[in-house]
Design a protein around this ligand. Structure first.
Ligand SMILES: Cc1ncc(COP(=O)(O)O)c(C=O)c1O
Length: 388
């Protein structure tokens, strides 16, 4: 059997490795507090589940869905964008449901990247931006996200020849893994940079609804010109705590939406219809769950950040996302320190380098564990002292 050469370029998916190590420790009887994966512990709101169950009982929803989704869902997505961001979208041409946004992100690379093509990727960044590029035969070009720039890429340092050659730029705010945010001025700069170099922009925005202290993250689509060169990915995974149901969407430039539809319609059959009806309920119904979830994450955030700073791990207080990005103590690498926490305290975190070289020197904590487990983790952390 001879496998495709591109597979040799793919590292193992980060969380698969971490989960394997955690399972190994648990099999040895160790109690591990897992601050690793960003998967909300709080359930999907019950009215969404009820709508899914009701739709699941209807045989009309037992058949293949259409890739472009139910008209009702596309309309609900457009209405939500209008209500939340004041952005008007044509539900027929500028909206496409996805089987979770990760699916669309991966497939988008196939729409733009031929072997040898370049995509500009934030570093650190959500791994599928670079892995999708590699699967398509392309080359990721790292845009470092540095703390001194508030974890925003500096477009000025990208060489002109690289920017001219690149076909696609990935951006993601509120940001995983750094918890950083971007304002409309930044998005405006990104649009100008893209226009100057003939690039398309994919803005990945699954965390716009996970925000604290009264902050309301904007949408990239609010910027004039964004629709001419870009799209935005959103997801109900974090907005409605629906990670397990797989429900995402892409909106914006109609040619980009259409080309993704063309690839997808040849490779998948869309989101199961019962879940689409659940999504309509999530988008059109009461949005109260968002404030309730955010109050819980905000309390957890404050509890964790206080203890991290007390034991000497510098961490900013994120205004959005449920991630805390903390500096490792001097003398440690991010992998080395993640291993120390696992071995000495039974605490699993994600090493920053799992998101690219630019993540060196950091670890990521996710706040998506129960209050009880968070308290246990925080107590263990507060006892941590460096062994000399
Ligand atoms: C930045 C970012 N984009 C996309 C996703 C994928 O979300 P979905 O569950 O919609 O596939 C995640 C999930 O953690 C993420 O952090």
């Amino acid at each position: 059997m001879e496998l495709a050469r591109r597979l040799s370029k793919l590292p193992p998916y980060l969380f698969v490795e971490i989960n394997r190590k955690i399972a190994e420790l648990r099999a040895q009887g160790k109690d591990v507090v897992n601050f690793g994966v960003g998967d909300p512990d709080l359930p999907t709101p019950s009215r969404i589940i009820e709508r899914i169950c009701q739709a699941a009982r209807d045989p009309a929803n037992h058949r293949y869905p259409e890739t472009y989704g139910l008209p009702e869902l596309r309309a609900a997505i457009a209405e939500w964008y209008e209500r939340r961001f004041g952005v008007e979208l044509d539900p027929a041409k500028e909206v496409l449901p996805l089987i979770g946004s990760k699916e669309g992100i991966g497939h988008m690379a196939l729409c733009f990247i031929d072997p040898g093509d370049v995509a500009l990727i934030p570093d650190p960044g959500y791994p599928p931006y670079s892995l999708g590029t590699i699967v398509a035969g392309g080359q990721p070009y790292s845009m470092p996200l540095r703390e001194e720039n508030d974890f925003l890429p500096d477009f000025e340092v990208i060489p002109d020849d690289v920017a001219d050659k690149a076909k696609l730029m990935w951006l993601n705010y509120p940001n995983n893994p750094t918890g950083a945010i971007a304002d409309l001025d930044f998005f405006d700069k990104a649009v100008h940079f893209a226009q100057q170099h003939g690039l398309a922009i994919c803005h990945d925005a699954p965390y716009t609804e996970v925000a604290f202290d009264g902050y309301r993250p904007p949408s990239f689509m609010q910027v004039p010109g964004a629709r001419r060169i870009g799209v935005e990915f959103h997801s109900l995974s974090k907005t409605c705590h629906m990670t397990g149901w797989r429900m995402g969407m892409v909106v914006g430039n109609r040619d980009m939406v259409n080309v993704l539809f063309r690839v997808k319609s040849n490779l998948d059959s869309g989101v199961p219809q019962a879940i689409q009806y659940g999504a309509v309920e999530g988008l059109r119904g009461s949005q109260e769950h968002i404030a309730e979830h955010n109050a819980i994450f905000q309390r957890r955030r404050d509890r964790l950040v206080r203890v991290l700073n007390e034991i000497g791990l510098k961490a900013r207080i994120p205004k959005a996302t449920f991630y805390v990005w903390a500096e490792v103590p001097e003398g440690y690498t991010s992998i080395g320190f993640a291993k120390t926490l696992l071995d000495e305290l039974g605490i699993a975190v994600t090493p920053g380098t799992g998101y690219g070289k630019g993540g060196e020197g950091y670890i990521r904590f996710s706040l998506t564990i129960s209050d009880g487990r968070l308290e246990e983790g925080v107590n263990r952390l507060s006892s941590w002292r460096r062994r000399t």
